[in-house]
Design a protein around this ligand. Structure first.
Ligand code: PLP
Length: 608
């Protein structure tokens, strides 16, 4: 069982005997990094960020487009910006900016706060593009960025924004930004994130509005500022077909605008949407193209249109975010309980004299083997039914019922192990295994760390990071620690996840969730007051050894309450008062208060 690592892993990780290793530098095992962090007192869920994987993705984007440009003798340039909405956290953005310098890779901002980040951190000659709805202050910020020397393009989402730009420009004696127009294409992407494109989309100008915009720009004598047209047909475009249609549509609009006099219009911004392969199952692949095919198609189609319409080949801009950010981040959640472990032989409370059916179950449990397991499994289920009926009739007691539950579960477990050796030839056992999944309780919150699973059922690759030389035989449902039944990744026969039988009193077991670097943290919710996880940036030194370059602990209980605008002094005083008003003696009150205040300063996640 390789958990589909060859489908989604992009050669970034590999299984070496029992453990998962990072395929970079000295190839550390993930478990060793985790143990190292645990030695520094880190407990609970952990986000690991790997800047070398950001670099790999940026490099892949640029080198594929460069290759396509060379291959098709394309005359325009390739340029790209990172859309900050995908991940605004400093632990991601700061390493990205360092890597971006060599590529002249810029930033895209969709709000005033993101624009401030772009104006603060962007590399000087790298482009800044500005999308989203804008008020005059946002346009003023864009002008200030232009005055700082940044190469800024404000993309208008509607005609009123163009009018605002014109009004703001009158406040200054120079016009230090370029203008882009977001076009409302006919084409939209496919899948859960497809709504950003198409005629019903929230964004962009239709053909009539585009012509009107050109007329306004001409009238104001600033048509030379129009540099770019922009579209975005949705995130995670799984099918290349709609993208090709969108490129043809946008290419023709570009050519016609040039003919209408937009002589400085020199770039087509194809937005984001470049998909990531999230699937762990060969027959459920998400994406039907590679980055090579994507870049070839964009370059080839734009060249074809430019030649046909006799206009210069435009520069190609992309704003791909998911593709750049997803692979760099792994979420690690320690498993803290396996629910079937309640069914342990040690928990049996056999009596001097047990009901006959219990005695028989006990024999089945002791004598089950690889030849009789199907028959014994059937017998056990049959006996269990009878014992439950006897309980309803008041003929056996709660202790007998508990013994029956334990024995039947132990028999099923043994039968599943024998069936695994034989490749699950027995359909009934396979079905039972699928039905009686093991519940793995993991120390994390789906709402905080995988909101797209909660909201859109987006699957992320999941695998354990140890025991990989052993066959996982438990069909697994993952429970998070929130008090919400939505905090669950249920076993699904179509996309099955099997995990190992583990004795957590003897060993640790961690689940890793991959490709979580895009959108997840910022969309994450503090449901049940579970907040950001622990976070570490892992880099590699010149000898190839890994380094924990940065480590931030998850929030304390008191801090998350402060975030919600509670006055912590008020909470502390009221807690103190609640203890003071009891009949406990002074010494006990003092001790409990000390303990309470320590716990208030503890982390929000579970500790053990
Ligand atoms: N550009 C725009 C305008 C967007 O709205 C988005 C996200 O939806 C992106 C770029 C990034 O898309 P992706 O992360 O799919 O590459």
């Amino acid at each position: 069982m390789d958990y589909g690592i060859n489908i989604w892993g992009e050669n970034n990780f590999f299984i070496d005997n029992d453990r998962l290793r990072i395929n970079y530098a000295n190839q550390p095992a993930l478990i060793d990094i985790i143990k190292d962090l645990e030695d520094q007192g880190i407990k609970g869920p952990l986000l690991l960020r790997f800047p070398h994987l950001i670099r790999k993705q940026i490099n892949s984007l640029y080198s594929n487009f460069k290759q396509a440009i060379k291959e098709f003798d394309y005359k325009g340039e390739f340029k790209a910006v990172f859309p900050l909405k995908v991940n605004q956290f400093p632990t991601f953005v700061k390493p990205l900016i360092k890597i971006a310098k060599n590529f002249n890779y810029g930033l895209e901002a969709g709000s005033k706060a993101e624009l401030i980040l772009a104006m603060t951190y962007n590399n000087k000659n790298a482009p800044i593009t500005i999308n989203g709805f804008k008020d005059k202050d946002m346009i003023r910020l864009a002008f200030i960025a232009g005055f700082m020397g940044y190469n800024v393009t404000i993309t208008i989402e509607g005609l009123n924004e163009l009018n605002s730009i014109i009004e703001v420009s009158r406040e200054y004696d120079k016009f230090p930004v370029f203008i882009g127009i977001r076009i409302r294409l006919h084409t939209s992407g496919v899948g859960v994130w497809a709504k950003s494109g198409g005629y019903e989309s929230k964004f962009g100008l239709n053909s009539t509005e585009i012509i009107e915009a050109i007329e306004i720009l001409k009238k104001e004598n600033i048509l030379d500022k129009l540099k770019m047209i922009h579209f975005h047909i949705g995130s995670q475009i799984n099918d290349i077909g709609p993208l090709k249609k969108a490129i043809r549509e946008a290419g023709n609009i570009y050519a016609d605008l040039r003919k209408l006099g937009a002589k400085n219009l020199s770039a087509i911004n194809i937005g984001g949407g470049l998909a990531i392969e999230y699937s762990q199952w060969e027959n459920k692949r998400d994406r039907n193209y590679s980055i090579r095919e994507f870049s070839n198609d964009v370059v080839y189609l734009l060249k074809e249109i430019a030649i046909k319409k006799n206009v210069p080949m435009p520069d190609i801009f992309t704003e791909s975010g998911r593709f750049i950010a997803s692979p760099s981040t792994i979420l690690i959640a320690p498993v803290i309980e396996l629910f079937s472990q309640e069914y342990n032989a040690k928990a049996l409370r056999l009596k001097e004299k047990n009901p006959d059916l219990i005695e028989e179950l006990f024999d089945l449990y002791n004598l089950i083997n690889e030849t009789n397991y199907i028959e014994y499994f059937h017998d056990a289920l049959d006996h269990f039914e009878s014992l439950l009926t006897l309980f309803d009739l008041g003929m056996i007691d709660l202790i007998d019922r508990s013994n029956a539950e334990i024995l039947v579960n132990l028999i099923i477990k043994k039968a599943i192990i024998f069936a695994t050796y034989k490749g699950f030839k027995n359909k009934e056992l396979k079905a039972i295994n699928e039905k009686t999944q093991e519940k793995y309780l993991a120390n994390f919150s789906i709402f905080q760390s995988l909101p797209d699973f909660w909201g859109l059922k987006q699957r992320f690759p999941i695998m354990p990071i140890t025991k990989l030389n052993m066959s996982p035989n438990r069909s697994a449902t993952i429970w998070d620690i929130t008090c919400d039944s939505d905090g669950e990744i249920p076993f699904n026969k179509e996309t099955p996840l099997y995990l190992h039988e583990v004795d957590l009193s003897k060993e640790s077991y961690y689940l890793a969730f991959f490709l979580v670097g895009a959108y997840q943290e910022i969309l994450g919710m503090k449901h049940n007051l579970f907040s950001y996880t622990n976070e570490a940036i892992i880099t590699f030194d010149e000898n190839g050894d890994y380094k924990i370059e940065f480590l931030e602990r998850t929030q304390k209980i008191r801090d998350i309450l402060i975030d919600l605008d509670y006055e912590i002094d008020e909470i502390e005083n009221l807690l103190k008062e609640n203890l003071q008003n009891t009949k406990l003696d002074e010494e006990e009150k003092k001790e409990l208060l000390g303990e309470l205040f320590l716990l208030l300063n503890d982390m929000v996640y579970l500790k053990d």
